[in-house]
Design a protein around this ligand. Structure first.
Ligand SMILES: Nc1ncnc2c1ncn2[C@@H]1O[C@H](COP(=O)(O)OP(=O)(O)OP(=O)(O)O)[C@@H](O)[C@H]1O
Ligand SMILES: [Mg+2]
Length: 537
């Protein structure tokens, strides 16, 4: 049951009892007022009877004085007493009429009888007074005896036997009414006392029961709600308020529990989002650090590259300048000498031009700004052409250059000139770092996806420690530097850039003092020819 309904019911009962008590008290005071007025009127009426009796006897006494003592002075007194008697009669009438107006139905008949009784008294008094007038009339006529008889009759019958009993009866009746009203008032008061006590006890018990019930019903849920709020204030969002039944408090507890659950979920989401954000920030920071390191690395590389370029350019330039200065300074020389000097200058300029070209290529490859003229190539033909072109160089070095090429054409897509350049670099190295009499073999193989070109020589080889360095710009092996002073250390890095631009790979394997084997792989074309002969990369 809803707490509000219980409370309303209990309060309604309590209010009804209080209203009942108030109504009883109002009715009681009303009745008490009635009985008080009733007794007052009964008392007034009885007093009016007493006064009437007194005034009547006094008037009759005055009349007796007049007729017996024949006193003239008594006539005035009798007039006065008569007026008083009339006043008393009026007073009695007024009192009785007031009673008639006040009494309830039960007593109305009695009071009307009293009115009749007053008329009877009036009649008796009138008869008595008339009798005295007759006595006086008889006395004036000198009929003393009849007058005496009438007087006796008046005194005995009218006053003693008629007037006196009726007055006594009236007084007795009014006294009885007075006593009745007082008795009823007393009954009423004792009833009121009893009712007030009972109602007060009932109201007290009910109020006490309500207070106990309220305390019991309020204290437990309130304690639990307060505890719940404190727990949440202490940041304990797992706390739940358990309340049995179905009332306002259980609804409140349920809403409170829902609210804390939502708070906990939102906090979990927030924590999750915070962790995710932190992770993202970490990742971004790491990426930024990596990018920064890369940039620093590139920057260092550029600085080193610039220094290397300057150094490498200076060497041939110094040689050209030296050659020219020596030629220009000397006295007249034979034309042959000038020609030789100019030939050396041209050779040095070519070397310088090649170096500049290589450097430009390297710089472009680093900035991904290379242009390749791609075309459909038959790798077998390309290797044959390069071999033919380098046979003279090999022979010059007393080396034997042989070729192992399959009969089946191996098709690739590539830049003819650049790929020729790669083969030239590799054959040039094999020639340079081999002793005379050695053998150089170029082998071409292919599977479904890749073509493999291997350049083998029987030269000085590369120490294991240098293998990882040979593709770095300007790197030259110690033995190579000692044996062949010329050389810029750009050959293999250049070859690597070109091959990688063709989605290929390049690797070196070597046994120092015995042989070196450089292997290139390139993706082969499927049997379909390339749609366009040139493309930009
Ligand atoms: N066939 C080889 N046999 C032995 N050492 C080799 C061979 N090919 C390359 N090397 C080593 O690798 C180094 C780098 O070769 P790379 O071609 O890049 O430069 P280089 O030959 O020294 O100069 P250049 O720029 O004139 O070619 C060489 O200096 C040498 O030490
Ligand atoms: Mg080289």
């Amino acid at each position: 049951m809803m707490f509000r309904l219980k409370l309303t019911t209990a309060l309604s009962v309590l209010l009804s009892i209080i209203l009942l008590l108030a109504a009883t008290l109002y009715w009681g005071t009303h009745r008490a007022g009635y009985y008080f007025q009733r007794s007052q009127l009964a008392y007034d009426t009885s007093q009016a009877y007493v006064q009437l009796s007194h005034d009547a006897y006094r008037h009759f006494k005055e009349l007796v004085d007049i007729v017996v003592l024949d006193g003239d002075a008594s006539v005035e007194q009798a007039e006065l007493s008569y007026q008083k008697l009339q006043q008393s009669l009026n007073r009695l009438r007024i009192a009785t009429n007031a009673e008639i107006h006040q009494v309830d139905e039960q007593e109305l008949a009695n009071e009307k009888e009293e009115l009749e009784q007053i008329k009877e008294i009036e009649k008796i008094l009138s008869e008595g007074i008339w009798a005295f007038e007759r006595i006086m009339f008889l006395q004036r006529r000198g009929a003393e005896e009849p007058a005496q008889k009438v007087l006796e009759t008046v005194l005995e019958q009218t006053i003693d036997q008629q007037f006196k009993p009726i007055i006594d009866k009236g007084i007795a009746e009014e006294r009885e009414e007075l006593e009745n009203a007082q008795r009823q008032a007393q009954h009423l008061l004792s009833d009121l006392k009893w009712m007030a006590a009972v109602t007060a006890i009932i109201a007290f018990c009910l109020a006490l029961a309500m207070a106990i019930w309220l305390l019991r019903n309020l204290s437990t849920p309130l304690d639990r709600l307060v505890k719940g709020v404190r727990q949440v204030a202490k940041d304990d969002l797992t706390h739940r308020i358990e309340l049995p039944g179905r009332n306002e408090f259980t609804y409140l507890a349920k809403n409170f529990n829902d609210m804390t659950q939502q708070l906990a979920q939102q906090r979990q989401h927030l924590l999750f989002a915070q962790t995710e954000l932190e992770n993202m920030v970490d990742t971004r920071t790491r990426e930024l650090q990596n990018a920064n390191e890369k940039l620093q690395h590139i920057d260092e590389g550029r600085l080193r590259f610039l220094a290397d370029i300057s150094h490498e350019l200076r060497t041939p330039l110094t040689a050209i300048r030296g050659e020219a200065e020596v030629t220009a300074r000397g006295k007249d020389k034979a034309p042959g000498e000038y020609r030789e000097a100019l030939t050396r200058i041209v050779a040095l300029s070519n070397q310088l031009g090649k170096l500049v070209e290589d450097l430009l290529f390297m710089a472009r490859s680093e900035s991904a700004n290379l242009r390749f003229d791609l075309s459909h190539l038959v790798l077998n033909n390309l290797i044959n052409d390069v071999c033919e072109g380098t046979q003279a160089l090999a022979r010059q070095q007393k080396l034997q250059l042989s070729l192992q090429v399959p009969e089946q054409d191996i098709n690739i897509s590539g830049d003819r000139r650049r790929l020729q350049q790669v083969l030239l670099i590799l054959i040039d190295n094999a020639c340079r770092y081999s002793d005379p009499g050695g053998k150089i073999t170029i082998i071409l193989q292919a599977d479904e996806n890749h073509a493999t070109v291997t350049v083998c020589d029987q030269g000085m080889g590369i120490p294991a420690a240098e293998l990882s360095e040979v593709f770095k710009r300007f790197y030259r092996g110690k033995q190579a530097r000692d044996g062949v002073p010329s050389g810029s250390g750009l050959g293999l890095p250049l070859a690597k850039s070109i091959i990688e631009a063709h989605q290929g790979t390049i690797g070196v394997a070597s046994t120092p003092g015995r042989q070196t084997r450089v292997t290139i792989t390139l993706p082969v074309l499927s049997s379909e020819p390339l749609a366009a002969d040139t493309a930009e990369m």
